[in-house]
Design a protein around this ligand. Sequence first.
Ligand code: CA
Length: 237
Amino acid sequence: MTRPTVLIVEDEREIADLVQFHLQRAGFDASIAHRGKAALEFIRKTPPDVVVLDLMLPDLDGLEICRRIRASDEHRRIGVIMVTAKGDEADVVAGIELGADDYLSKPFSPRVLVARVKSVLRRSADAKPAAPRRIDLAGGRLGVDPERHVTTIDGKPVELTLTEFGMLHFLALRPGFVRTRDQIITAVHGRNVVLSSRTVDVHMTALRRKMGELGALIETVRGVGYRFAEGDAASVE
Ligand code: CA
């Protein structure tokens, strides 16, 4: 089996070297690009499995690199982990809406980064064409059936509104993925529900309350949006 490849796009050489060291020690084939244009050239020639992308680069905006990766048929499956300056939630929101898989804020622990890279690789390996099928989470305690439009907790049906059901289904499809309020609105809008950014939070509060203790599985990601807790989908017996 070939080693998964990671491209580190980072102009700060010390950080790039440190990240490369830890990724290589974890068994990845890790390369470095110190500039955005060099990164695009590298991706074109030898598309990696995952890009660790610093958003602040001297020559190109990291968000632009993310946009180009996602715009390319050939490269859209590359995992993208953004690296942002602390407190740059606006960039995180923009990046996730452009299709980045995950993000880290500086300073971050190399160990956490390695874990995120593994997680993104696992998710892309698991990615299947979306079919409307029942999702079982929390070790089978929570069931979401998009075809029958039924949610169950411990085998008992939970009465959810269309909006609540839409939000839960959207988040539950990809545990561990942060979704912005706009993404949630777009996903739910397909169900003929009108939802504003402000009211997402209100509906989310109601949804959590109806889910009882399992409501804690819906995590608020401050300044960014919401995600369904990771590790729950597959790991529990
Ligand atoms: Ca930088």
